[in-house]
Ligand binder design. Structure first.
Ligand code: 6PG
Length: 246
Protein backbone atom coordinates (compact mmCIF):
# COMPACT_ATOMS: atom_id res chain seq x y z
CA UNK A 1 0.00 0.00 0.00
CA UNK A 2 1.38 3.44 -0.90
CA UNK A 3 0.48 6.78 0.59
CA UNK A 4 1.79 9.90 -1.07
CA UNK A 5 2.09 12.91 1.24
CA UNK A 6 2.48 16.53 0.14
CA UNK A 7 5.90 16.93 1.74
CA UNK A 8 8.33 15.54 4.31
CA UNK A 9 6.57 17.16 7.26
CA UNK A 10 3.19 15.66 6.34
CA UNK A 11 4.92 12.31 5.75
CA UNK A 12 6.55 12.49 9.20
CA UNK A 13 3.20 13.32 10.83
CA UNK A 14 1.53 10.41 9.06
CA UNK A 15 4.31 8.06 10.09
CA UNK A 16 4.18 9.19 13.73
CA UNK A 17 0.43 8.56 13.79
CA UNK A 18 0.79 5.06 12.29
CA UNK A 19 3.64 4.15 14.65
CA UNK A 20 1.72 5.40 17.70
CA UNK A 21 -1.40 3.48 16.64
CA UNK A 22 0.65 0.32 16.12
CA UNK A 23 2.21 0.63 19.58
CA UNK A 24 -1.18 1.21 21.23
CA UNK A 25 -2.75 -1.79 19.44
CA UNK A 26 0.15 -4.17 20.14
CA UNK A 27 0.35 -3.24 23.82
CA UNK A 28 -3.43 -3.54 24.20
CA UNK A 29 -3.53 -6.95 22.47
CA UNK A 30 -0.25 -8.55 23.63
CA UNK A 31 1.09 -6.40 26.41
CA UNK A 32 4.10 -5.26 24.45
CA UNK A 33 5.21 -3.82 21.12
CA UNK A 34 8.43 -4.73 19.31
CA UNK A 35 9.46 -1.83 17.08
CA UNK A 36 12.46 -1.88 14.72
CA UNK A 37 13.78 1.63 14.16
CA UNK A 38 15.36 2.88 10.96
CA UNK A 39 18.50 4.94 10.82
CA UNK A 40 19.52 7.68 8.42
CA UNK A 41 17.97 11.14 8.21
CA UNK A 42 14.42 10.52 6.99
CA UNK A 43 12.92 9.14 10.22
CA UNK A 44 14.42 11.83 12.46
CA UNK A 45 11.39 14.17 12.20
CA UNK A 46 9.02 11.27 12.85
CA UNK A 47 10.93 10.45 16.04
CA UNK A 48 10.86 14.10 17.10
CA UNK A 49 7.06 14.21 16.60
CA UNK A 50 6.61 11.04 18.66
CA UNK A 51 8.59 12.70 21.46
CA UNK A 52 6.08 15.57 21.69
CA UNK A 53 2.36 16.04 22.29
CA UNK A 54 0.01 14.28 21.80
CA UNK A 55 2.13 11.11 21.49
CA UNK A 56 4.48 11.72 24.42
CA UNK A 57 1.51 11.61 26.80
CA UNK A 58 -0.72 9.05 25.05
CA UNK A 59 1.57 6.29 23.79
CA UNK A 60 1.92 3.37 26.31
CA UNK A 61 5.72 3.70 26.32
CA UNK A 62 6.11 1.13 29.12
CA UNK A 63 5.13 -1.66 26.72
CA UNK A 64 7.51 -0.66 23.96
CA UNK A 65 10.75 -2.47 23.06
CA UNK A 66 13.04 -0.76 20.59
CA UNK A 67 15.51 -2.46 18.28
CA UNK A 68 17.34 -1.10 15.24
CA UNK A 69 17.31 -2.32 11.65
CA UNK A 70 20.98 -1.50 11.39
CA UNK A 71 23.76 0.37 13.10
CA UNK A 72 27.07 1.79 12.09
CA UNK A 73 30.03 0.25 13.93
CA UNK A 74 30.89 3.37 15.87
CA UNK A 75 30.54 4.37 19.51
CA UNK A 76 27.12 5.43 20.81
CA UNK A 77 28.21 9.05 21.00
CA UNK A 78 29.44 9.17 17.41
CA UNK A 79 27.24 11.48 15.29
CA UNK A 80 27.01 8.69 12.67
CA UNK A 81 25.36 6.37 15.20
CA UNK A 82 21.69 5.55 14.57
CA UNK A 83 21.29 5.08 18.32
CA UNK A 84 22.66 8.57 18.92
CA UNK A 85 20.16 10.05 16.46
CA UNK A 86 17.22 8.21 18.05
CA UNK A 87 18.37 9.16 21.57
CA UNK A 88 18.48 12.84 20.68
CA UNK A 89 15.19 12.82 18.72
CA UNK A 90 13.11 10.46 20.87
CA UNK A 91 14.61 8.22 23.53
CA UNK A 92 15.78 10.97 25.87
CA UNK A 93 12.32 12.60 25.82
CA UNK A 94 10.06 9.63 26.63
CA UNK A 95 9.83 7.25 29.62
CA UNK A 96 11.74 4.14 28.50
CA UNK A 97 13.79 1.98 30.86
CA UNK A 98 17.18 0.67 29.68
CA UNK A 99 15.63 -2.82 29.53
CA UNK A 100 13.30 -1.59 26.77
CA UNK A 101 16.06 -0.32 24.51
CA UNK A 102 18.05 -2.95 22.58
CA UNK A 103 20.77 -1.21 20.59
CA UNK A 104 23.51 -2.80 18.55
CA UNK A 105 26.78 -2.57 20.49
CA UNK A 106 28.43 -0.49 17.80
CA UNK A 107 31.60 -0.13 19.83
CA UNK A 108 32.33 -3.88 19.58
CA UNK A 109 34.17 -5.48 16.65
CA UNK A 110 31.50 -5.90 13.90
CA UNK A 111 31.22 -9.69 14.02
CA UNK A 112 30.93 -9.66 17.80
CA UNK A 113 28.35 -6.87 17.68
CA UNK A 114 26.30 -8.82 15.12
CA UNK A 115 26.43 -12.02 17.18
CA UNK A 116 25.47 -10.24 20.40
CA UNK A 117 22.61 -8.45 18.68
CA UNK A 118 21.29 -11.69 17.22
CA UNK A 119 21.43 -13.29 20.69
CA UNK A 120 19.47 -10.36 22.12
CA UNK A 121 16.77 -10.58 19.45
CA UNK A 122 16.49 -14.36 19.77
CA UNK A 123 16.17 -14.03 23.56
CA UNK A 124 13.49 -11.36 23.18
CA UNK A 125 11.47 -13.58 20.84
CA UNK A 126 12.00 -16.51 23.27
CA UNK A 127 13.60 -18.73 20.65
CA UNK A 128 10.72 -18.33 18.22
CA UNK A 129 10.73 -16.56 14.85
CA UNK A 130 11.31 -12.79 14.80
CA UNK A 131 7.96 -10.98 14.77
CA UNK A 132 8.33 -7.24 14.96
CA UNK A 133 5.00 -5.46 15.22
CA UNK A 134 6.47 -2.75 13.04
CA UNK A 135 9.73 -2.54 11.11
CA UNK A 136 10.52 1.02 10.07
CA UNK A 137 12.81 1.22 7.03
CA UNK A 138 14.36 3.80 4.79
CA UNK A 139 15.67 3.28 1.28
CA UNK A 140 18.87 4.47 -0.35
CA UNK A 141 19.09 5.77 -3.92
CA UNK A 142 20.82 2.46 -4.77
CA UNK A 143 17.86 0.47 -3.47
CA UNK A 144 19.45 -0.60 -0.19
CA UNK A 145 17.45 -0.79 2.99
CA UNK A 146 18.76 -1.13 6.53
CA UNK A 147 22.37 -2.02 5.64
CA UNK A 148 21.41 -4.57 2.98
CA UNK A 149 23.40 -3.14 0.09
CA UNK A 150 23.13 -4.47 -3.48
CA UNK A 151 25.66 -7.22 -4.20
CA UNK A 152 26.72 -7.76 -0.57
CA UNK A 153 26.53 -11.15 1.15
CA UNK A 154 24.19 -9.86 3.86
CA UNK A 155 21.37 -9.66 1.29
CA UNK A 156 21.53 -13.42 0.67
CA UNK A 157 21.66 -14.39 4.36
CA UNK A 158 18.64 -16.52 5.23
CA UNK A 159 19.69 -18.32 8.42
CA UNK A 160 21.25 -15.68 10.66
CA UNK A 161 19.19 -12.72 11.82
CA UNK A 162 22.10 -10.30 11.63
CA UNK A 163 25.03 -9.77 9.30
CA UNK A 164 28.01 -7.47 8.92
CA UNK A 165 27.94 -5.09 5.97
CA UNK A 166 29.96 -2.14 4.72
CA UNK A 167 28.66 1.20 3.56
CA UNK A 168 29.63 1.36 -0.15
CA UNK A 169 30.35 5.09 0.03
CA UNK A 170 32.65 5.11 3.04
CA UNK A 171 33.42 1.45 3.74
CA UNK A 172 32.20 1.94 7.31
CA UNK A 173 31.34 -1.43 8.88
CA UNK A 174 27.73 -1.84 9.87
CA UNK A 175 25.57 -4.45 11.54
CA UNK A 176 22.24 -5.10 9.83
CA UNK A 177 19.24 -7.29 10.39
CA UNK A 178 18.72 -9.73 7.55
CA UNK A 179 15.69 -10.41 5.36
CA UNK A 180 14.34 -13.21 7.59
CA UNK A 181 13.86 -10.58 10.30
CA UNK A 182 12.27 -7.99 8.01
CA UNK A 183 10.05 -10.55 6.29
CA UNK A 184 8.87 -11.87 9.64
CA UNK A 185 7.41 -8.51 10.62
CA UNK A 186 3.69 -7.95 10.99
CA UNK A 187 4.06 -4.60 9.25
CA UNK A 188 6.88 -2.90 7.37
CA UNK A 189 6.73 0.85 6.95
CA UNK A 190 9.11 2.35 4.38
CA UNK A 191 9.68 6.10 4.53
CA UNK A 192 11.06 7.85 1.45
CA UNK A 193 11.18 11.59 0.96
CA UNK A 194 12.84 13.84 -1.57
CA UNK A 195 13.60 13.77 -5.29
CA UNK A 196 16.75 11.76 -4.60
CA UNK A 197 14.61 8.65 -4.06
CA UNK A 198 12.39 9.16 -7.15
CA UNK A 199 14.55 7.24 -9.64
CA UNK A 200 14.95 4.08 -7.58
CA UNK A 201 11.34 3.64 -6.44
CA UNK A 202 9.95 2.38 -9.77
CA UNK A 203 12.67 -0.32 -9.72
CA UNK A 204 11.63 -1.35 -6.24
CA UNK A 205 7.87 -1.05 -6.50
CA UNK A 206 7.49 -2.33 -10.05
CA UNK A 207 10.66 -4.39 -10.77
CA UNK A 208 11.02 -5.55 -14.38
CA UNK A 209 11.11 -9.24 -15.21
CA UNK A 210 14.63 -10.59 -15.08
CA UNK A 211 16.38 -7.70 -13.32
CA UNK A 212 18.19 -8.71 -10.13
CA UNK A 213 15.78 -7.37 -7.48
CA UNK A 214 17.14 -4.59 -5.32
CA UNK A 215 17.37 -5.33 -1.59
CA UNK A 216 14.38 -3.11 -0.73
CA UNK A 217 12.31 -5.07 -3.28
CA UNK A 218 13.09 -8.29 -1.39
CA UNK A 219 11.27 -7.02 1.70
CA UNK A 220 7.97 -8.89 1.39
CA UNK A 221 6.65 -9.96 4.83
CA UNK A 222 5.32 -13.53 4.62
CA UNK A 223 2.39 -12.76 6.91
CA UNK A 224 2.44 -9.03 7.17
CA UNK A 225 1.88 -5.88 5.17
CA UNK A 226 4.25 -3.45 3.49
CA UNK A 227 3.31 0.20 3.64
CA UNK A 228 5.15 2.90 1.70
CA UNK A 229 4.95 6.50 2.86
CA UNK A 230 6.35 8.76 0.13
CA UNK A 231 6.32 12.46 -0.36
CA UNK A 232 5.40 13.88 -3.78
CA UNK A 233 9.03 14.40 -4.76
CA UNK A 234 9.95 10.80 -4.03
CA UNK A 235 6.86 9.54 -5.85
CA UNK A 236 7.59 11.75 -8.87
CA UNK A 237 8.61 8.90 -11.24
CA UNK A 238 6.15 6.26 -10.14
CA UNK A 239 3.89 5.00 -12.92
CA UNK A 240 0.94 4.96 -10.58
CA UNK A 241 -0.18 7.15 -7.74
CA UNK A 242 -1.65 6.94 -4.29
CA UNK A 243 -3.34 3.81 -3.11
CA UNK A 244 -1.58 1.51 -5.59
CA UNK A 245 -0.52 -1.76 -4.00
CA UNK A 246 2.76 -3.07 -5.41
C1 6PG B 1 21.22 3.92 7.73
C2 6PG B 1 19.87 3.41 7.34
C3 6PG B 1 19.75 3.37 5.85
C4 6PG B 1 18.85 4.53 5.50
C5 6PG B 1 18.89 4.83 4.02
C6 6PG B 1 18.15 6.14 3.75
O1 6PG B 1 21.77 3.46 8.73
O2 6PG B 1 21.69 4.83 7.03
O3 6PG B 1 19.52 2.30 7.92
O4 6PG B 1 19.22 2.19 5.33
O5 6PG B 1 17.51 4.20 5.87
O6 6PG B 1 20.24 4.96 3.65
O7 6PG B 1 18.82 7.15 4.44
P1 6PG B 1 18.21 8.64 4.51
O8 6PG B 1 16.95 8.52 5.32
O9 6PG B 1 19.27 9.43 5.23
O10 6PG B 1 17.95 9.07 3.10
Amino acid sequence: MIRVWDGPEELARGAAELIAATIRQAVAERGRCALLLAGGDTPRRTYELLAGPPYRDTVPWGGLHLFWGDERCVSADDPRSNLAMARLALLDQVPLSPAQVHPVAGQLPPAAAAAAYEDEMRAFFAGGPPRFDLALLGIGSDGHTASLFPGQDAVAERRCWTAVAAGPADGLARVTVTLPVLNGAARVLFLAAGAGKAAVLPWVLAPHGDDEPLPAALVRPESGETVWYLDRDAAGQLPVREGWTP
